[in-house]
Design a protein around this ligand. Sequence first.
Ligand code: SAM
Length: 442
Amino acid sequence: MLPLDFIDSIERQMGDELDLFCRAMQAPATTSVRLNDKLVIPDFIGKKVPWCDNAYYLDNRPKFTLDPLLHAGCYYVQDASSMFIDYILKKYVSKQSVVLDLCAAPGGKSTLISQYLGNDGLLVSNEVVRQRVFILSENIQKWGNGNTVVTHNKPSDFSERCTNFFDCILVDAPCSGEGMFRKDAKAIDEWSEKNVELCISRQRSILMDSWDALRPGGILIYSTCTFNTHENEDNANFIKNTLHADILPLDIPKEWGITETIGYHFYPHKVKGEGFYVCVFRKKDAPFATKKLKSDKLKRTVATECEDTLRSWILQPELWTLRQEDRFSIAYPIKFKELIDYFSTCLTCISTGFGVGEMRGKIPAPQHSLSMSKQIRKEEFVNIEIDKETALKYLRCEALPFENQPIGYLLLTYMSQPLGFVKNIGGHSNNMYPKEWRIRNL
Ligand code: SAM
C-alpha cells in the first residue's frame, strides 16, 4: 500500500498520468544485470538495456546467490535506470579522469565507473557508513579492475584534503527512496514527509561539504532513487544557484521514455526500470583556482618481498606498482602511484588496487583478490575446473578433497572463470575463499 501523503504529493507531479503511474507502481520490479567484460556469456541473457553497454533485462529473477558466476564477479545485478550513468560518462567524462564516487556502497555505480575507466583512469569509491564499506570493497575486488581505491571518509575530508581536485564527482545521494517502493517494502514503511525533509537537508550538506573537491570545469553527477521534486529539482536549482554550476543537457532518444525536467526522471510507467533521477552539472571555471593536496604525513614504503614471483602472477606487470602492507602485497596502477600514495596518507583507505600475495614464511601465497583480478596470469597456477555443486561448496568455505592433484596452490575455475584458490595438502585442501564473503543462505 502506497502512503497517502506520497500519493498526494505525486498527484501534482503526474497530472493525467497518475493512474498509469500508480498501476506501474503495483507491478513487479524489473530485473536487469550488467556484465563484466571478463565474462563468458551465461545463458540467461535477455533484451538489451538501451543506454548502457553490456546490460540486459531478464524475464524472471533467478536465485542469483546460487550462481557461482555472480561470486566470480562476472556480472552485477543492477536496476536498469541506475545504469544510465554509463550514458552520462560517455558524453561528459574522459576515460583518463580521476573520479570520486562519494556515496558508493554497495557499489553498483562504482563497478560501472570502474569498467568505463578501465586502465586509463582512477576511481575513488567512498562510503561513510562503516558497516557498508566492506560490501563495497568486496564488490570492487570481485569486479577485478584494480583501478579503484575504496575509502571510508566524510564528504568534507575530500574538500579539505583534495581541494579543486577530482575531474568528476558522483553524488548518488541517500534519499527517501520512493523509486524503490516496488523493490523494497521497507522503503514504503520508512517514508514520511518528515523523512523527506531530513533527506533534503542531508543531501545539501553532502553537496556543500564535497563541492570544493571538484576541480573548476569538473563534472558533478547528482542522482537519487526518488521521484520527490524537493530532493531532485529543488536540489538541482540549489547546485546551480548556490554552488554556481551550469546544468548540462543530454540528447536522449524519445523512445527511451525518460522525462526531462530540470534533470531527468525515470518513471516506471514510461521506462523499464525503477524510479531514478539524475542531473549533470559543470562547475564554473575559476582561472586562479589551484589543485591542493594537503598532507602532513609521509608514507613509509616497504620493499616488496618476492617481487619477481608476485610480478610473474600478473598479466601486464609493467602497468602496476607493488607495495607491501604487513604480510600483504598489493598492486595498483603505476600511472597513479604518487596520487594513490598520497591518498593513503590522508584518507582512510580500505582497499587499494588488488591484493597479489601474502607472505607465509619465505614463500608468498596468492591472495583471493588476485583470482578476481582481470590481471591474473592463470597459467602460472594449476587450474582445476569444478562443477556447480563443488563451486557452491567452495563458496560456503567447505574443505574439498583434491586427490591426484599436485600439492600446492590450485586455482579453481567454474565455466573457465576463476573462483578462488585452495592449498592442496594431499588428500584434502585448505579453502582460501575469504570467510567473511562466504555464502550462508542456500
Ligand atoms: N551508489 C550506490 C550504488 O549504486 O550501489 C548506492 C548509494 S545509496 C543511494 C546512498 C549511500 O550514501 C549509502 O551507502 C549511504 O550509506 C550513504 N550515506 C548515508 N548518509 C551519508 C552522508 N551523510 N554522507 C555521505 N554518504 C552517506
